[in-house]
Design a protein around this ligand. Sequence first.
Ligand SMILES: Cc1cc2nc3c(=O)[nH]c(=O)nc-3n(C[C@H](O)[C@H](O)[C@H](O)COP(=O)(O)OP(=O)(O)OC[C@H]3O[C@@H](n4cnc5c(N)ncnc54)[C@H](O)[C@@H]3O)c2cc1C
Length: 392
Amino acid sequence: MNAHAVDVVVIGAGAAGMMCAAIAGQRGRRVLLIEHHHAVGEKIRISGGGRCNFTNVNAGPANYLSQNPDFCRSALARYTPRDFIALVDRHRIAWHEKKLGQLFCDGSATAIVDLLRAECERGRVEWRQPCPVDGVTHEGGAFVVATPQGPVRAPSLVVATGGLSVPKIGATPFGYRLAAQFGLPVVPPRPALVPLAFAPDVLARFGDLAGVSLDAEVACGGARFREHLLLTHRGLSGPAILQVSSYWDGRSPLSIDTLPGVDAAAWLVAGRGGPAQLHNLLATRLPRRFAQAWCDAHDVARPVRELPERRVREIAAGLHRWQVLPSGTLGWNKAEVTLGGVDTRSLSSKTLMANAVRGLHFVGEVVDVTGWLGGYNFQWAWASGHAAGTAV
Ligand SMILES: Cc1cc2nc3c(=O)[nH]c(=O)nc-3n(C[C@H](O)[C@H](O)[C@H](O)COP(=O)(O)OP(=O)(O)OC[C@H]3O[C@@H](n4cnc5c(N)ncnc54)[C@H](O)[C@@H]3O)c2cc1C
């Protein structure tokens, strides 16, 4: 069969793929976008609790993890949060800042999917969807993408198939396999921005506290985040935990300050002057159920004044440095993103093209660039999609 000829094939109609296709199409390139799932932009639709935290005004290289931390610098500098906000404004999508520079739609996240579809339409992007990719070959300087609807031939191929989280809405390891096929190294992918599981002994003590949340500062692997921490029926979640999960090495304990900004030793030692039970005193600054469980777990459920000062100081130190060794993460179904991916040392930071394979680009989460929680991952998708879209 004769292959359908275009300038650019983009595989994956998520955030980065649609952005890249729209930009390339609006530059006059003939673009074909292939998506295997029955819906496009599914992660956008479910993101941010249905309101899509579409960027973060503070996004900068320091908010990303990668084996090659400077790689994201160029693309982020050339397509900034301001650029995406201007696009959102052009489409008259109402938005607000929630906290910490995080921007959300006032209404449904589907407005962002509609925006990307409309931008693709402006660029006359052609679609094949739902349509699987059967294979890719490289012949005479062009890529031939085999699909059940016939082969497509293009000098440029952009792989935007995302990471491995939430497989039920379309995630596949396609991008990593294609990278390997073309000899590009892949940093082993693992779940990130993911809840963590308690080991059985800790679960026995704290597993009943599902739903309790506290303001905490959680440290791990050189990173430290002060945000909410949520206890669940399996372990720990909430923004503070999701953030440090990306830095967790699978072996070291997390250090949790349950009373950040409080001098717990001074406060509790002063409490020895009164008749209060320790858990009641703790409950004035911590959730009551957590205070009770903490005292039970440490066998200190009694009046504070009955505890020697040395013991009270130990308890204060323990509340500032609760050491928790998770037994694991809750895995791909619960992870928001993937750590690792196509090794950036084999890509151009300007064009996202493979140094060794002319015309082959990787954008978005399939690349070894992983953002913090808070709109940073979409900003990488927009910026990397834009970088490749202006280069193909
Ligand atoms: C529950 C949840 C909430 C999130 N909330 C936020 C948030 O509020 N803010 C934020 O910044 N980030 C958020 N993220 C992360 C964000 O969604 C991703 O980082 C972002 O979508 C990555 O964009 P991408 O285009 O690289 O990949 P994706 O958006 O995952 O798109 C990849 C596309 O490729 C398709 N595909 C995969 N394999 C193939 C194949 N073999 N053939 C053809 N197509 C294929 C997929 O179906 C998909 O459409 C969230 C993630 C999850 C899971």
